[in-house]
Design a protein around this ligand. Sequence first.
Ligand code: FMN
Length: 97
Amino acid sequence: MPLHHLSYQSTALLSVSDTVMQDLLAKSRTYNTAHEVSGMLLYRDGQFVQVLEGEESVVRALYEKIRRDPRHTDVVKLADEPLTQRKFGAWAMAYRP
Ligand SMILES: Cc1cc2nc3c(=O)[nH]c(=O)nc-3n(C[C@H](O)[C@H](O)[C@H](O)COP(=O)(O)O)c2cc1C
């Protein structure tokens, strides 16, 4: 099953309070663990950058859901390519504010 890497940047529409982020992260980590998706999410000055790694069809389906999420806008894809080895294999979704 081919591994894939997809990353994007976006503009947050939620006020990224700790509670909202913690809730989003908790749900994301549960989903990502169950679907063998790894990656990381950065947040700074109202901008997100996220890296998603996993089986190609799973990553694409998740990206489509995330892209339509009303909590952010101006989603711009940064990379969309095959991956030989995971770079964030230890993290269901690492987060750095
Ligand atoms: C910046 C951002 C990053 C997200 N990252 C993930 C993620 O890594 N995994 C995940 O399952 N959901 C993530 N979500 C949430 C999804 O957009 C979506 O709400 C979630 O997959 C549940 O979708 P559903 O209710 O249609 O099943 C993220 C949302 C935002 C705004």
